[in-house]
Design a protein around this ligand. Structure first.
Ligand code: MN
Ligand code: MN
Length: 469
């Protein structure tokens, strides 16, 4: 009898072994590792509290890189194995590299995250007064649900170049004593007509106007008293005149700091997890790498949210030129190096949201706390606009993560024919690089306050480190 029972058990486990096993990371990770993950995320939250835009993250990344012994690299500089270098692309994108001991002709290991996030950009000529309230006109940046950005405290970040070329750095709304700015919305009592608009029109692009002041300037013959008052304050504070705003890049982003979410503090709420929740682990990973065989390259790029175009986005040639240049100084050429290179396109994915199950196909969705998401393809309408990673490379990454204790899951961005989205993967793959998306699942992506899990964030670090070490 006893033997029979054992046989039955063996049979059962043999069948079970045929199934894919998905488990919550909190069931797999030791208490020690969970503690480590929470500690890692303290660093992440501190970073998120202080660096919100591509320009600010660029500065942070370079500062951290220099602390870790990285040296500034310009095209034409000679490099050798063991060198740690960074290439600063116009203060908005940065490439970090640790030159490996192996011949570079065998390719490099790249990670690519983006450091821009959806937000409200000021228009070129933003300042106006209406009914004795001063406002800034905006043009939103990236894919947003416009109604989410009203009545949210906003801070202003960016640069203004005065007509004499002098640069003024703006960061207001983040410090405890700072004022914030806000887009108004209608009171429900008077919103009957507004609520009949379609959701994409509840707040229209031209209604995303930021309130910046309301006091009148005293004196005779002053036309726009509130605008005049604001111009005076701007002149005193920044030394600028209205025309200088034409040569500015000013970005309005949520002014609040990251917060733990939940009684167990397992999630982090913050502005801009997409894609700083990949950028930060990617940066930490390359800073921690000691003596890699393959050259490790980490890209923190701009402009992903608007399609990667422009010379600070990955649809431009700046990465290609960088690889070509270091390849040449190491006695190879860019073509050969790129063709043998591998890339983790480090970008977030949409986590399965129990409140909105209809938009997901459960078996091919990613879940909060199930580890980093490995995504073979993104795109929309029949896989248009994507790099569909080759099965050979997909398997290689799965095996690597399994061997290195990286908890990972597969996941597609929502149901077929519902929408979709892209990452930088296709621009990397178009350079003849083997590329796959690996990133952190996010709830409420592109909202002013997004959510990620601490365990998943830590797994992103482990994944990038394992890939490049
Ligand atoms: Mn993204
Ligand atoms: Mn995005």
């Amino acid at each position: 009898m006893a033997e029979n029972k054992n046989e039955k058990n063996d049979e059962k486990s043999a069948v079970e072994a045929l199934f894919m096993d998905r488990k919550n990371a909190s069931l797999i990770m030791s208490d020690d590792e969970i503690k480590k993950a929470y500690e890692f995320c303290e660093g992440y939250m501190d970073f998120m509290a202080n660096y919100k835009t591509e320009r600010e993250i660029n500065i942070y990344a370079i500062k951290e890189a220099e602390k870790a012994g990285f040296k500034k690299f310009e095209f034409g500089d000679k490099v050798k194995p063991g060198d740690k270098i960074y290439y600063d692309n116009r203060g908005k994108s940065v490439i970090l590299a640790v030159i490996g001991t192996e011949d570079i002709k065998n390719g490099v290991n790249l990670t690519a995250a983006h450091i821009d996030s959806p937000r409200l950009d000021l228009k070129e000529n933003p300042l106006y007064e209406s009914e004795e309230i001063a406002l800034f006109k905006t043009h939103y940046y990236g894919g947003i649900k416009k109604y989410q950005w009203t009545t949210v405290p906003l801070s202003l970040h960016g640069v203004i170049f005065k007509q004499n070329g002098e640069k003024v750095v703006v960061n207001i709304g983040e410090d405890a004593g700072d004022p914030v700015f806000v887009v108004s919305d209608l009171l429900p009592h008077l919103a009957q007509d507004q609520m009949k608009r379609s959701a994409s029109e509840i707040i229209r692009g031209e209604e995303l106007n930021i309130i910046i002041g309301s006091l009148c300037l005293k004196g005779d013959d002053i036309k726009h008293r509130v605008k005049s008052s604001i111009l005076q304050i701007l002149n005193q504070k920044y030394g600028i005149v209205e025309k200088d705003l034409l040569s500015a890049e000013l970005e309005a982003v949520p002014a609040y700091k990251p917060k733990d979410i939940g009684f167990d503090r397992s999630l982090i709420g913050a502005y801009g997890h997409d894609d700083k929740v990949c950028a930060y682990p990617e940066l930490r990973a390359i800073l921690d790498i000691k003596n890699p065989k393959k050259t490790a390259v980490a890209i923190l790029t701009d402009k992903e949210e608007t399609g990667s175009d422009g010379n600070t986005g990955l649809n431009s040639s700046y990465l290609k030129y960088f690889i070509e240049d270091i390849a040449e100084t190491l006695g190879s050429n860019g073509r050969v190096v790129l063709s043998h290179s591998k890339c983790l396109s480090a970008d977030v994915n949409s986590a399965y949201d129990p409140t909105f199950p209809d938009v997901f196909e459960r078996a091919n969705s990613s879940f909060i706390n199930y580890g980093v998401v490995v995504t073979k393809f993104t795109g929309a309408r029949g896989k248009a606009g994507t790099s569909d990673a080759n099965a050979e490379f997909v398997a290689e990454i799965h095996h690597l993560f399994d061997n290195e204790g990286v908890i990972w899951q597969n996941g597609e961005l929502g149901r077929v024919d519902l929408g979709g989205g892209g990452t930088v993967a296709m621009y990397m793959a178009n350079l003849n690089i083997d590329t796959i998306d690996v990133g952190v699942p996010v709830l409420a992506m592109h909202a002013p306050f997004e959510m990620v899990s601490k365990l998943d964030t830590y797994m992103a670090y482990k994944a990038f480190y394992a890939f490049q070490k």
